[in-house]
Design a protein around this ligand. Structure first.
Ligand SMILES: [Zn+2]
Length: 709
């Protein structure tokens, strides 16, 4: 099968393709706004699979991607024809995909007014007999035509092929290539839905069909005239009723009665529907590839001739860390053994392409999803996919495992992150955990952010590189998956905090009041099972707290607790809290002064980095049976609670359920502080100048020069 075109710019959220499609309005009537891009160069993939190979045809922008694809199609030059499309306004070129495939040619991009050196060099290398410049002079001006003419051999035919708009250009391309009656099938897509037109390209090529363009609301006269001239037996309209209205479909039916629509619920699903209908993988097609394109979609168009040559579909990725569901399902159904990625995708997305194809990743069991307006948050299943894909993408850095089961039997997933991750090295260790409280969703996103930071930045950021080499970081992503599922059940939030254990007819224990130091001692929890902070009928009564307890206990090696520092991620308040929680006394008899000083120094330094406020956990109110009290008292782990964004607002909804739009900023905000704690974990006492006293013989003592600016 085919090719992947990856995203090169990111929105803050998933499922934002409609926004991207909005960029392409007005195609058959006027000027198209430029495609927005940021350059997020990805490190080359080291991804391996026994059965699935990936090939990246990437580049800094769509111009470079097109050149890379052209190089792949014509490694020795010698293209018979090159179609030259405007890189920022390629609607006029949408129909050129199947034509270029039919003629064995390539598609390159140019800017509107001048030929760049890289594209010029590729044209010279290809030495085509013919160059077709697609679109009127306002799309690509004559200067480009003159430049192309000047750099190629005098025998080269350089000409402009254009209708009055993109639909007209598509009709002209068809008229040039197909005699009346020569095409029994015609594909139609909207010029305003480039992803549909691109996905239709390899299918049209396979059936020897031209691709014509309409708009969402009209069948242009030029398109209708071309249909009348071709007299095809049937027409496939690729796109949803939103992309191509039923009115337009019916207008086509008046010309060609056997007209049918091929589409899915969104751009990704439409591409998958085209693949399933026209370009399915045969079980014996062992050399199959999958070509996908991404938001921006410009990377997909030059991939059409390549996909067509392999009888492969084009599917799409998206600017996010998760593969779109239709693309994922196409991988599972097709099990391609070769995947060509046109453009760039993250290593984690690449790992999903491979993992779903070779069976290492499977669709998670259904759990409740976020409400539509917050769907960009990662639900439990998406979290599982993401962390397992990260393990596939970075097998030497990440090991994913479960520390145990929740009350309802869900796995409590965790990851170990360190260089040579399979070795138990004795390096100083740090533990992060999230979602003791089920409605504190931002904690999960912060945990996932740290996983991404420590892996994706390992090869590019010297500080991260050193920390991953010299420490072991453990992340428990969601300690309370049952409460989480309940909080999201039924499509709306339930402000649910506890787990889902039943006591005396009431559901839920506050896991963070169930730990085994001074449990229920001090009025910092409730004995009432209906209370939001019910401490449980007995200490350690929750399987979730026990799982955390047993995991931490397992990190005692040769009598030494290797975990030196810990952060539990909660919301909200923008606070960094340190023990003790059970008493308002700053220095009770169960804490020594050096530990107290170290806690304060670490908390204040981290607060300086992220703008939070550092204080003793009991400052606002006393809690007992709290995780950080137990971790400190039991193991002398420097254990902190981060109360994440926002500050206390007094509005429950705003406090508990911030919109996804804040996630990128609010998780990145804690990068420096959390990396600093990982750094200091070599010997936390170094921050009070007592490393020699406390940490002689420590496995690794890091100079404290690693402070982030
Ligand atoms: Zn909490």
């Amino acid at each position: 099968m085919a090719i992947m075109v990856g995203p090169r710019f990111r929105f803050g959220a998933r499922a934002r393709f409609l926004t991207a499609l909005g960029l392409f309005a007005l195609i058959c009537t006027g000027v198209e706004p430029p495609v927005v891009r940021a350059n997020l160069a990805q490190p080359a993939g080291a991804l391996g699979s026994a059965t699935v190979s990936t090939e990246s045809l990437g580049g800094e922008d769509q111009y470079a991607v097109a050149v890379a694809i052209s190089g792949r199609l014509f490694p020795n030059g010698g293209a018979p024809v090159v179609y030259l499309a405007a890189g920022e306004n390629y609607a006029d070129a949408l129909a050129a995909g199947p034509i270029a495939a039919r003629e064995g040619g390539a598609i390159l991009y140019t800017s509107a007014s001048t030929l760049t050196a890289a594209v010029g060099q590729e044209l010279i290398r290809l030495a085509p007999a013919r160059v077709e410049i697609l679109g009127v002079t306002s799309v690509i001006d004559d200067n480009v035509l003159d430049q192309v003419t000047a750099i190629l051999a005098p025998t080269t035919v350089v000409e402009r092929l254009a209708g009055s708009d993109a639909c007209g250009t598509a009709a002209a391309l068809s008229a040039r290539s197909f005699e009346p009656g020569a095409a029994s099938t015609v594909f139609v897509a909207s010029a305003q839905s480039p992803s549909d037109a691109i996905a239709a390209g390899p299918a049209a090529a396979r059936l020897g069909s031209p691709l014509l363009l309409v708009t969402a609301a009209s069948l242009p006269a030029t398109t209708a005239a071309e249909l009348l001239r071709l007299e095809p037996d049937r027409v496939f309209v690729v796109g949803s009723p939103i992309a191509v209205s039923d009115e337009v479909l019916n207008a086509i039916k008046l010309i060609v009665p056997q007209t049918e629509r091929v589409y899915g619920a969104d751009a990704y699903a439409t591409a998958a529907a085209v693949a399933a209908r026209f370009l399915p993988l045969a079980a014996t097609d062992v050399a199959a590839e999958v070509v996908a394109g991404a938001t921006g979609y410009a990377d997909g168009l030059p991939a059409v001739p390549l996909a067509a040559a392999r009888q492969a579909p084009i599917l799409f990725a998206q600017p996010d860390d998760l593969l779109p569901t239709p693309t994922r399902d196409a991988m599972i159904a097709g099990r391609p053994t070769r995947i060509v990625i046109a453009g760039s995708v993250s290593e984690v997305v690449r790992a999903q392409l491979v993992g779903f194809s070779d069976g290492r990743l499977t669709v998670p069991a259904p759990t409740p999803a976020y409400p539509t307006y917050d769907s960009a948050y990662h639900d439990y299943g998406e979290m599982v996919t993401l962390i397992k894909a990260t393990e596939i993408a970075y097998p030497t850095l990440v090991h994913v495992f479960s520390i145990g089961k929740s009350f309802e039997g869900r796995d409590i997933w965790a990851a170990k992150i360190s260089s040579n991750v399979s070795v138990d090295s004795g390096k100083p260790e740090v533990l992060f955990d999230a979602l003791h409280h089920a409605d504190e969703h931002l904690g999960v996103e912060q945990a996932l952010y740290m996983l991404a930071t420590l892996t994706a930045n390992y090869s590019t950021d010297v500080y991260v590189h050193r920390l991953v080499n010299e420490r072991v970081v453990w992340i428990v992503f969601a300690l309370n998956p049952d409460g989480w599922a309940y909080d999201l059940s039924g499509g709306s939030y339930h402000f649910w905090r506890k787990n889902r254990q039943e006591t005396g007819g009431y559901y839920g224990t506050d896991i963070n009041r169930n730990y085994g130091y001074r449990w229920g001692c001090c009025g910092g929890s409730s004995s009432n099972p209906s209370a939001y902070n019910f401490r449980g009928p007995s200490v350690w009564s929750t399987p979730e707290a026990r799982a955390l307890r047993d995991f931490v206990a397992s990190r005692v090696v040769n009598g030494v607790q290797l975990i030196k520092a810990h952060v539990t991620l909660h919301t909200n308040g923008e606070l960094i809290l340190y023990p003790y929680c059970y008493t308002k006394s700053a220095l009770p008899t169960d804490m020594n002064f050096d530990d107290y000083s170290t806690f304060v120094k670490l908390a204040q330094t981290m607060a300086h980095m992220n703008g939070y406020k550092a204080e003793q956990s009991s400052h606002m109110y006393v809690t007992d049976g709290d995780e950080i009290d137990w971790l400190y008292h039991q193991y002398r782990i420097f254990s902190f609670t981060f109360e994440l964004y926002p500050k206390e607002l007094g509005s429950l909804t705003a406090d508990d359920y911030p919109p996804y739009s804040v996630v990128a900023t609010q998780t990145a905000r804690n990068r420096g502080a959390l990396l600093y704690l990982i750094d200091m974990a070599a010997c936390p006492y170094q921050v009070i100048g007592k490393a020699a006293q406390y940490c002689s013989g420590a496995p690794v003592v890091t100079p404290s020069s690693g402070l982030m600016p």
